[in-house]
Design a protein around this ligand. Structure first.
Ligand code: LLP
Length: 417
């Protein structure tokens, strides 16, 4: 069974028709499939096999507590980028000893929180961060396991906003400088050098850039070993890209096999931080057509989903398929699917061939990653509900945001002023 499948013209997620979810929970709503999350995570875990290492799901892709909990139950590790994400892992029942902490701007408080929780490793992104972590750990009487995130200067051949491994990007430590920084790390108190990591970008659909980065990392591992600095794990950052339209990323097993083959007889455990490839095709965004507005120049379908619900089309010109949950006849026309937000850049899809009527429920596919997580309250719109389907049951895992939720914490000036 495919997690999202059309049966007699009706789109199902597992054994639940999406139309029923729209009726029950309203729109816009994110709908996830437990089976899909499970399959996608297991593809990594199984491809890693008995090679020592961990698959640390990148929470930023989709941080709903129920999603994290189901991955934790499968034994996943987690890649976090904030204290908030650490708290989510802990509340979802994740194991702090399987957590890596990425990101260029960890605060003292976040370092303290992560050290107290006992996370597996800090992926350190600058010399200044290294010094601060050493200080914080020493003050707490703890030792922070560290890995340096190096910037291997590799072109990931992806959208410039999600390409991170080039010299001009803010991420990581220049690979040329890395040996000096490792030497410094080895002498600083409160730190234990464990690993080496990189993350060159997201939505990579070819292996070559990953392999170029790996080759550079391995040269560094050998150079460091020559100086008596031993690296125990390699962390290659995010996972493979996904199919949104006609992209054909290689299977995870090819990726892992290629990596293992290059390690030779080096004793390195392997860490991965996949987000998109676990979450994207495990979710859809349901939205309803409010009005049809054909004009002389364009046919607009005004839908109740907007850029605040899924900003990917506006921000990256991302293309995600949009299909009716229930097929019906009628004339197919070319539509721009636009939301209620007051911005010309507010659209979920342009030039889509669809037979539409007001009231139709549409599913924006491949929306499980970087969808809800990047949503906002722009135009004071409540963020969508989130539903997780498990077989024939649909569970509300996040209630639609109300205006009271939005206003919590705001207040007006006292009367006298
Ligand atoms: N590890 C690190 C350090 C990262 O920065 C990222 C993603 C990942 C892992 C997960 O990468 P993935 O497996 O998802 O490719 N909002 C953008 C994507 C931003 C990715 C940022 N970093 C989008 O919607 O396309």
């Amino acid at each position: 069974m495919q997690p999202f499948e059309r049966r007699d013209g009706e789109l199902f997620v597992e054994d639940v028709p999406l139309a029923r979810i729209a009726e029950q929970f309203g729109t816009p709503t994110y709908v996830y499939s437990r089976a899909a999350f499970t399959q996608h995570y297991l593809a990594y875990a199984q491809a890693l096999g008995d090679h020592p290492g961990m698959v640390c799901y990148a929470i930023k892709a989709n941080s709903n507590l129920a999603v994290l909990n189901l991955l934790a139950r499968l034994g996943a590790g987690f890649d976090i980028v904030s204290g908030g994400e650490l708290e989510r892992v802990l509340r979802a029942g994740g194991d702090p000893k399987r957590v890596v902490f990425s990101g260029v701007g960890k605060t003292r408080e976040e370092m303290t929180q992560a050290l107290n929780a006992g996370i597996f490793c800090f992926n350190v992104e600058s010399e200044a961060e290294l010094e601060q972590l050493s200080q914080v750990a020493s003050e707490l009487g703890k030792t922070a396991n560290i890995s340096l995130r190096v910037n291997p200067d590799v072109d990931a051949q992806t959208h410039p906003y999600i390409s991170t491994g080039l010299k001009e990007n803010k991420f990581g430590i220049d690979i040329e400088r890395a040996p000096a920084v490792y030497r410094r790390a080895a002498e600083l108190p409160g730190l234990s050098v464990q690993g080496l990591d990189c993350h060159i970008g997201s939505q990579l659909t070819q292996l070559a850039p990953f392999m170029d980065a790996l080759d550079r990392l391995l040269v560094l591992v050998d150079e460091l070993a020559g100086e008596g600095i031993h690296i125990h794990h390699l962390d290659l950052g995010g996972g493979l890209g996904v199919t949104y339209r006609d992209e054909t990323p290689p299977p995870v097993s090819d990726y892992m096999d290629a990596i293992k083959a290059r390690l030779g007889d080096r004793k390195l455990s392997l860490m991965f931080e996949p987000g998109r490839s676990i979450a994207a095709n495990a979710g859809v965004l349901l939205t309803q057509v409010l009005y049809l507005k054909p004009t002389e120049h364009k046919n607009f379908a005004i839908i109740d989903g907007a850029m605040n619900d899924n900003i990917r089309p506006s921000l990256y010109q991302a293309w995600q398929n949009i299909v009716p949950v229930r097929e019906h006849g009628g004339e197919v026309k070319t539509w721009d699917l636009v939301g209620p937000v007051c911005e010309t850049g507010d659209f979920l899809g342009k030039d889509r061939s669809l037979a539409l009527e007001a009231g139709d429920v549409l599913a924006m596919l491949s929306a499980g990653a970087y969808g809800f997580g990047m949503s906002s309250n722009y135009n004071s719109r409540g963020r969508p509900a989130e539903v997780l389907v498990d077989g024939d049951r649909a569970h509300l895992v996040r209630a639609r945001e109300t205006i009271d939720d939005q206003l919590r914490g705001e207040q007006v000036l006292p009367d006298s002023e």
